[in-house]
Design a protein around this ligand. Structure first.
Ligand code: COI
Length: 332
């Protein structure tokens, strides 16, 4: 068996190399993303592993089919950039890594919120300038707040556990009820109720598709004054312009954003020596009440190792048994 792994970052290489040695399976490491051009490098390989935020072009799958490659294993969880129809047309199976570390995302979300509640961003900026005054950055305490968790999958549930440890009141919403969360009586009936009753709304749901936002000017109007939004899920869940306006005009206290609707091509790129063209993102970065990070909630040693190795294990299972526990249902 010969595998090829695309879009590999420096920090992933050692885990892939270790896996290759332990399993005695050749894995060609390619730093380029998977495109209609680069897929040509896969000729002669049995399976393709990849991770990228860039949409996967349909032509990639026509070429895979021509080369007789019928499995694509992703090193991440989100499949919103994969055209399912093109996979089906070419008889290609898809796997992801659904649970590389729910705790990584959960811990990040809580850390971001704590930093916002204690005004770290403004305080650090002030201290950098040798301004050591306290005011106006008086903090708020998590144990006094109601945290509304939207989405009670693995990440949402890991997040709930941490918030409960801090003594916050937790409420939750999900279309599909988890028995454990149900038993605890945390569910409210609908998203509107969650938005209305929460001091903090933290999003742990997949993308709903372009234009289908959960946080926008209409839903913000329903939220409590001084509420906070935390998003480490997908950027397109929020209308960022409308969120920014609500923070700027004082309706919302602030936001923690690890994802952004126009992040592709910007996040995880060094643009420090370039003219910055995204004016909205620039305003967000300047705000002391919006903590913006470049999609790093997942970025821990445990998660990166799991992404690198679980994707390869799924590939082996697909090639040896024709299926794997992480295969995506393309008809859903
Ligand atoms: C995903 O796994 O889909 C993520 O959002 C994390 C990604 C940046 C590796």
């Amino acid at each position: 068996m010969k595998l090829i792994d695309f879009g590999v970052r420096e920090d992933e290489k050692k885990y892939i190399q270790e896996w290759s040695k332990t399993n005695d399976i050749e894995v060609k490491i390619v730093t380029d993303l998977l495109t209609p051009e680069t897929v040509k490098m896969a000729q002669g390989y049995d399976g393709i592993v990849a991770y990228q935020q860039l949409p996967y072009d349909e032509k990639i799958f026509d070429t895979m089919n021509e080369f007789g490659i019928h499995v694509l294993s992703l090193r991440n969880v989100g499949v919103d950039n994969v055209p399912f129809e093109a996979l089906k047309r070419n008889n290609i199976r898809l796997t992801n890594v659904p649970s590389y570390s729910p705790e990584a995302i959960a811990e990040y979300s809580v850390a971001g919120l704590m930093a916002l509640l204690r005004n770290f961003k403004h305080m650090i900026r002030k201290v950098d300038q040798h301004d050591f005054r306290w005011a106006p950055d008086i903090g708020r305490e998590l144990n006094q707040l109601t945290v509304g968790v939207a989405g009670t999958g693995r990440i949402g549930r890991a997040t709930i556990k941490i918030y409960q440890g801090f003594g916050a009141k937790v409420i939750a919403y999900d279309k599909f009820h988890n028995p454990e969360i149900e038993k605890q009586g945390l569910y409210v009936d609908d998203l509107d109720t969650l938005l209305k009753e929460s001091d903090v709304v933290t999003l742990h749901i997949p993308s709903l598709g372009k234009g289908h936002t959960v946080i926008n000017k209409d839903t913000i109007a329903e939220m409590k004054d001084n509420a906070i939004v935390v998003n480490s899920a997908r950027g397109d869940l929020i209308n960022t312009e409308e969120l920014y306006d609500a923070v700027a005009n004082g309706k919302l206290y602030g936001a923690v954003l690890d994802v952004y609707e126009n992040e592709v091509g910007v996040f995880n790129t060094d643009l420090s020596d370039q003219e910055f063209s995204d004016k909205l993102l620039e305003r967000v970065i300047k705000s002391n009440r919006i903590i913006l990070t470049p999609h790093i909630a997942f970025y821990t040693t445990k998660a990166v190792k799991n992404m690198a190795t679980v994707s390869l294990n799924s590939m082996v299972s697909e090639l040896e048994n024709g299926s794997s526990e992480n295969e995506i249902n393309l008809d859903k």
